[in-house]
Design a protein around this ligand. Structure first.
Ligand SMILES: NC(=O)c1ccc[n+]([C@@H]2O[C@H](COP(=O)([O-])OP(=O)(O)OC[C@H]3O[C@@H](n4cnc5c(N)ncnc54)[C@H](O)[C@@H]3O)[C@@H](O)[C@H]2O)c1
Length: 339
């Protein structure tokens, strides 16, 4: 089987490729990534020389190049991780989010229609559902929850989901969608909450938290998300959405306090800063469907996942330093497809 994985130089796509390339040596994996600021070739360097892996520097919005690639490679499966993914950046500059997350998805769907595939999988997010009140812990997002996006990022992801479902209904394209809660783990870009806080705590710098820190996220260790996608792509039903989450709801303040405790740093490093506009209060997923239908079960709870994440960050300071210094952007000088 041949897989196209887009956005594989990013956080989740990179973790997914590490897992799949080694787990299924008989399958072929082609990764395309535009290498935006969030893409880091160093993330996939460990698998670059594997025989069943190939990297191509390309933008999913480039229709001509994408069509050419489909024509040559004849993919069986397409898994779309490529996206602009940072909510704060979407508030500052929504346009690129609409281009990549919606129009880029459309290019991939059109290519799938034109050249034929066994399955197109869209990697989506719980943020398409908007937020839940802090005082109704009984409420969870299920697959029937109406879309109610809050930020330009989540609105662009919701639009892409609707497009994917429209291609299923209108053109009978075999598609699936996963909507996952917040991920954390190895190769997480240090602009996101958990890696940022670990890095700042390590340097004894202030840890800035939006508002009063009571906003709640449902955290899932990235390897569990990757397992879920693998299952959905192979065993999920066409046209279906699967919510993915591990019932690990934590307030941002609790997350930061846990990191400080495990790193033996004082809580006095915490500082509260002006809240993000439109900041979602609480996300919480109901993963009953993927558990009962596909037998998915997370292997990590928050305690084991956060310990493993802190350990990874401590052991991979070079990867982090290259991101922080911008050195990772010099990939072209170090990477040649022939070496
Ligand atoms: N991070 C999370 O907690 C989370 C949770 C649920 C869902 N998701 C979804 O999972 C996917 C991956 O998220 P992530 O956190 O790994 O994001 P990321 O920002 O770390 O990685 C995105 C990757 O996509 C690439 N990319 C961006 N624009 C591109 C384009 N036009 N063409 C080709 N490549 C492009 C970037 O270079 C980068 O390598 C996204 O679709 C996101 O919406 C993320």
């Amino acid at each position: 089987m041949k897989f196209l994985v887009t956005g594989g130089a990013g956080f989740i796509g990179g973790n997914f490729l590490h897992m799949m390339v080694r787990k299924y040596p008989e399958d072929q994996y082609v990764c395309i990534d535009a290498l935006t600021y969030a893409g880091n070739i160093e993330t996939i360097e460990p698998i670059m020389k594997e025989k069943n892996f190939k990297f191509i520097h390309e933008n999913i919005c480039n229709r001509e190049a994408v069509y050419q690639l489909f024509e040559i490679e004849k993919f069986d499966y397409v898994i779309n991780f490529a996206a602009e993914s940072h909510v704060d950046r979407s508030i500052d500059n929504p346009e690129i989010f609409l281009k990549t997350n919606i129009l880029g998805t459309q290019v991939l769907l059109d290519a799938c229609r034109k050249y034929g595939i066994k399955r197109y999988h869209q990697v989506s997010t719980d943020e398409v559902y908007g937020d839940l009140p802090l005082n109704r812990l009984d409420l969870l997002f299920n697959e029937e929850t109406p879309l109610h996006a809050s930020s330009p990022y989540s609105a662009s992801k919701a639009a892409a989901d609707l497009l994917v479902l429209a291609y299923y209904r209108t053109y009978k394209l075999p598609v699936t969608i996963s909507r996952c809660s917040n991920n954390y783990g190895p190769y997480h870009f240090p602009e996101k909450l958990i890696p940022l806080m670990i890095q700042r705590a390590l340097k004894n710098e202030q840890l800035p938290i939006y508002g009063n820190g009571q906003n709640v996220r449902d955290w899932l260790y990235v390897a569990d998300h990757c397992d879920a996608i693998d299952l959905i792509v192979r065993k999920g039903r066409d046209g279906e959405i699967y919510n993915v989450g591990g019932h690990n709801e934590k307030s941002n303040l609790d997350v930061v306090k846990t990191i400080l405790k495990l790193m033996k740093k004082p809580e006095s490093l915490i500082s509260f800063v002006k809240d993000r506009p439109g900041h979602d209060l609480r996300y919480a997923m109901d993963p009953t469907k993927i558990k009962t239908e596909l037998g998915w079960k997370p292997k990590y709870d928050f305690d084991s996942g956060i310990k493993s994440t802190i350990q990874w960050n401590l052991e991979h300071q070079e990867w982090i330093n290259h991101v922080e210094s911008g050195e990772y952007r010099n990939w072209m000088k170090r990477y040649s497809p022939n070496n």
